[in-house]
Design a binder for this molecule. Structure first.
Ligand code: HEC
Length: 239
């Protein structure tokens, strides 16, 4: 009899212990649960960044330049002025004078000591077209490795568009704006224009792009701000 009683006590103690362990486990589980959402949020943010980079279409200059904000572009040019003067006939500084550079030859200032890196770039891409300028201003050191323009770059696409529109208004009004290019508009099948173009078309906004493209060449003139028609485009201003 007393043996049974002892066994009962032992069994009861074991049950009690098991209960305590259960409660502690539950509590711990609840604490871990509370941490989980923070981690999940972090991972989501990283994914968004990655996919945002992949979905870049080349800029459709014929669509964006006519409506660019030249005043904002002029404000953005403040970041360049430590090194660049862009007045007609203005001197070179740490960087070359930029009057008339849009659409002009790479290394457009005869008297400026450009880097070997820029000379190498010129051999492959002789002209500062819109795409070339856009790539250069996004990340100078990545687009022209070894350039002596020590400037990190402008990551915001609209800021670069406004800035390029402003630069064009300073002596490059004679450099035309291309017609809108449906292949560069959202929903277009991946444009193979350059290596940067990713298979962006996720099929999402495909409906709005295609039918709206008006290939009117008249749109070209409308953006030309009262800049002198730059007779012989960007001839070396002073030799
Ligand atoms: C820290 C000085 C510095 C800043 C800031 C700077 N640049 Fe430059 N830039 C240079 C130098 C130096 C070169 C010559 C690069 C070379 O030879 O490799 C250059 C070259 C250029 C060229 C090529 C010109 C040609 O004749 O081929 C363009 C276009 C240009 N810069 C635009 C800009 C714009 C636009 C900004 C502002 C967003 C800017 N730069 C900011 C120093 C600078």
């Amino acid at each position: 009899m007393s043996g049974d009683l002892k066994l009962n006590k032992i069994f009861g103690a074991a049950l009690g212990t098991a209960f305590v362990i259960l409660v502690v486990q539950q509590g711990a589980a609840m604490m871990y649960h509370r941490e989980a959402p923070e981690k999940a949020g972090y991972f989501v943010a990283v994914q968004e960044e990655a996919s945002g980079e992949a979905a870049v279409l080349p800029t459709d200059w014929g669509t964006v330049l006519p409506v660019a904000d030249i005043a904002k572009g002029e404000a953005a040019f403040a970041r360049c002025q430590a090194c660049h003067n862009n007045a007609q006939g203005g001197a070179d500084g740490i960087g070359p004078n930029l009057y008339g550079v849009v659409g002009g030859p790479v290394m457009h200032r005869a008297g400026f000591a450009y880097s070997d890196a820029m000379a190498k770039h010129k051999a492959e891409f002789p002209t500062w077209g819109y795409d070339e300028l856009d790539h250069f201003l996004t990340a100078p050191g990545r687009y022209v490795p070894g350039t002596k323009m020590s400037f990190a770059g402008i990551r915001d696409t609209q800021t670069r568009i406004d800035l390029i529109a402003y630069l064009r208004s300073q002596g490059s009004g004679g450099f035309g704006i291309p017609a809108p290019d449906p292949a560069r508009q959202p929903g277009a099948a991946a444009a193979p224009a350059d290596g940067a173009a990713a298979p962006a078309a996720e099929g999402a906004p495909a409906t709005e792009a295609a039918p709206t493209a008006p290939a009117t060449p008249g749109a070209t003139t409308q953006a030309t701000p009262a800049a002198p028609p730059a007779a012989t485009s960007p001839a070396p201003p002073n030799a």
